[in-house]
Design a protein around this ligand. Structure first.
Ligand SMILES: C[S@@+](CC[C@H](N)C(=O)[O-])C[C@H]1O[C@@H](n2cnc3c(N)ncnc32)[C@H](O)[C@@H]1O
Length: 280
């Protein structure tokens, strides 16, 4: 990411979550704050966010984005039911969970690139969205700063099991930054867990999906956030060898879980993006 500029991809993701609330029925991921956080500043961009049925790529992208948020929050709910009371959003972007948190005892830590975090805080202020007492911000650049130190400064308790979500971030990192972060999560107490999504490398995709990959890669590069990191399922399983109960979902499993029996076009199309959860 460019140092002084808030994440443009975080905005695009948030626009699609907001569009989902307005245009899709049934809703797969309920987020009553998704539209409000964008406010007037992005109302025109939200209006222009493509949702038409003749744009299957935009449906597939939106499906991926809303399903991964739901996937992470379902895993979080299981963690909370098992006693976890800390939730760390790694690369939080404009995620609104902290403003919808149904568990008063769950402390939320939002970790993000400092420029993105400052922009989010400004949006919350402008749009009169209060910052809950149990939310703490921890600015971190995964490439150059210690997640452990920044979280500690923010009051994170590394003696307690914690659930982590890391949505839409892994492809933008270098391998050392990925390993440092996953190593930190893996060192948390038993009962901790993580949910994230990752992309398969171009070479693992069928030809037509390679073209979609190229088009998306060109767009994120133009946004200043080039893709850098991909894994095949066996490669990611090797990275997470120290974790237990690994679940790695591909297109068909995600569609069966979240998009069955719909009569619109909302579903995942390609095989590139996968959702993963794993436990310590
Ligand atoms: C595509 S957005 C996803 C945001 C959010 N997780 C969501 O699903 O809405 C990518 C996020 O990763 C963050 N990010 C990318 N590279 C980063 C880095 N080196 N350090 C910290 N955050 C980073 C960006 O600031 C941005 O918030």
């Amino acid at each position: 990411m460019q140092q002084a500029i808030p994440s443009r991809t975080a905005l695009r993701v948030a626009l699609r979550r907001a569009a989902h609330q307005i245009y899709d029925r049934p809703i797969v991921f309920h987020d009553p704050v998704a539209v409000a956080i964008l406010g007037d500043a992005y109302a025109e961009e939200l209006r222009r966010t493509p949702v038409r049925d003749d744009k299957p790529f935009s449906h597939a992208m939106r499906a991926h984005l809303v399903a991964r948020s739901r996937y992470a929050e379902e895993a979080l709910a299981r963690a909370v039911a098992a006693g976890v009371d800390q939730y760390v959003l790694l690369g939080a972007g404009l995620d609104t969970f902290a403003h919808r948190n149904p568990w008063p005892r769950l402390k939320v830590f939002e970790v993000d690139h400092p420029a993105t975090q400052a922009w989010k805080q400004e949006l919350l202020r402008t749009n009169c969205i209060a910052i809950p007492e149990n939310l703490t911000y921890a600015p971190v650049d995964f490439e150059s700063q210690s997640l452990a130190e920044q979280l500690k400064q923010a009051g994170f308790d590394d003696g307690k099991p914690t659930f982590f979500a890391w949505l839409g971030v892994v492809p933008y990192l270098t391998l050392p930054a990925f390993r440092a972060t996953i190593g930190f999560v893996g060192a948390q107490p038993s009962g901790s867990g993580i949910a994230f999504d990752y992309g398969q490398p171009r070479s693992a995709l069928p030809f037509l999906e390679q073209l979609s990959h190229d088009s998306l890669a060109a767009r994120v590069k133009l946004a200043g956030e080039p893709f850098q990191l991909f894994f095949t399922p066996p490669e990611i399983a090797a990275e997470l060898a120290g974790f237990r109960d690994l679940e790695d979902l591909g297109r068909d499993e995600i569609n069966a879980r979240y998009f069955a029996d719909r009569d619109d076009q909302l579903k995942i199309r390609g095989s590139a993006g996968r959702f993963l959860s794993a436990w310590v």
